[in-house]
Design a protein around this ligand. Structure first.
Ligand code: ZN
Length: 417
């Protein structure tokens, strides 16, 4: 309504009305008989919607002033919500809601006590709560995101990397030393481990995902059945993302708690490598994994893992160092001999020169840790150099002219035709 009013004013050549003025309109609408239904909702939440509209307009005005408005990807004027846009409201004042964590409920204006399942403990001073809806139909879910204020103590830097992480296909992650963390089946108790397998639930969902995708493809475009199938597919995608994120949060928290400075392979380099999307001879062909995980799901999980780990480590005053993964899986960490033959199988690394044998993923993670040390040393020498995005691998660098050599993971990936 406020957006329609702003557009009408603009058409009449009147000036833009700011947030305070829009709030006056809201009061009038809440009191008018034809729009009295508005009064059933909490006014502060409705004022927040006007606040967001005001901010959207201000962004548009600023972009227009800078000559960047309009066009694809540019900041345009606010648009009306469309059917299917996921709704959400924010209660900006901590006085408006109270949380009863022991009994799993939250009190919201006009709604009263609502049951909820706590995904994590809420610590600190409550600031505000946002209620959002995801999905539609039977699969729809409501979420409460509570913002809190806490006092973080940030320790000083100056610590060497202590953990190297290799991300892989059969094993989601391998560590240079054992870490107390959750396993790949999600609910198992935490244990000291060198590897974490991909979440089993994701492989199961994978089967269902394919079925739903086929179901959508079979339905006629524009039909009601297709819409239903698309909604079902969308709900499943969200479900997968939630399961994945929940598991990744547990894992990344465990790692960030145990190690302040962590070396991780740079996924941007990895994703450019040939093995990620197919071979040079057959570009773009999907690579199927024995673990049963779709490449897209795995890529998304790796990306989200790197993101979570980075911010959690930084919150604790540490740093994630990104290193080029090239050669880390086939260069002997003992004698530095580099040879594709060193990788005997998915599981085994055995150096053809010195005979050093070790679990292949753990060996690679130790190489990544060593590369992390080198990046860290350079970064410390030159404070202006960003420690993230290093390109060190056992003293070798991939030249810029050619694509980085692919990571060798011989037995588990096969090309689907
Ligand atoms: Zn060797």
């Amino acid at each position: 309504m406020a957006l329609a009013e702003q557009r009408a004013r603009h058409a009449r050549g009147e000036k833009y009305a700011g947030h305070a003025e829009m709030c006056k309109w809201l009061t009038a609408w809440r009191n008018a008989p034809s729009t009295a239904w508005l009064a059933q909702g909490p006014s502060q939440a409705q004022q927040q919607v006007l606040r967001r509209l005001d901010e959207a307009y201000k962004r548009f005005f600023a972009a227009a002033k800078a000559g960047q408005a309009g066009g694809r990807g540019r900041t345009g004027p606010p648009e009306f919500k469309r059917y299917g846009d996921e709704p959400g409201i924010r209660f900006p004042d901590p006085k408006q809601f109270s949380l009863d964590a022991p009994n799993g409920r939250i009190q919201l204006p006009k709604l009263g006590w609502v049951r909820l399942r706590m995904s994590q403990p809420v610590e600190g001073k409550l600031r505000n709560v946002s209620i959002t809806k995801e999905g539609s139909g039977k699969g729809a879910k409501w979420f409460a995101s509570i913002q809190v204020e806490t006092n973080e103590t940030v320790p000083a830097l100056g610590i060497e990397p202590t953990l190297g992480i290799d991300l892989g296909l059969a094993q989601f992650a391998a560590f240079s030393e054992e870490v107390l963390c959750t396993a790949g089946n999600g609910n198992a108790p935490r244990a000291l481990q060198h590897h974490v397998a991909p979440l089993k639930a994701l492989a199961k969902q994978q089967v269902r995902l394919k079925r739903y995708q086929r179901s959508v493809a079979r339905k006629k475009k524009g039909s009601a059945n297709r819409k239903k199938a698309v909604a079902k597919l969308g709900n499943l995608h969200r479900r997968i993302a939630h399961q994945r994120n929940d598991w990744l949060h547990k894992l990344s928290t465990d790692l960030a708690d145990a190690h302040p400075v962590i070396a991780l392979e740079d996924l941007r380099i990895r994703n450019m490598s040939a093995s990620a999307k197919g071979t040079v001879e057959a570009p773009g062909k999907m690579v199927r994994l024995k673990a049963g995980l779709n490449r897209g799901i795995l890529d998304a999980a790796w990306g989200e893992f790197a993101r979570q780990l980075s911010y959690k480590v930084e919150w604790r005053g540490g740093r994630v160092i990104l290193v080029n993964p090239a050669y880390t899986s086939r260069t002997c960490r003992i004698c530095a001999h580099e040879d594709a033959e060193n990788r005997k199988s998915q599981a085994l690394f055995e150096c053809v020169a010195c005979g050093h044998a070790e679990n292949a993923d753990v060996h690679a993670s130790k190489n990544i840790l060593a590369a992390g040390h080198a990046v860290w040393a350079r970064a410390s020498k030159d404070a202006s150099l960003d420690a993230c995005g290093g390109e060190v691998s056992r003293g070798r660098r991939a030249s810029a002219g050619r694509a980085a050599p692919s990571k060798q993971e011989p037995t588990e990936a096969k090309v689907l035709v």
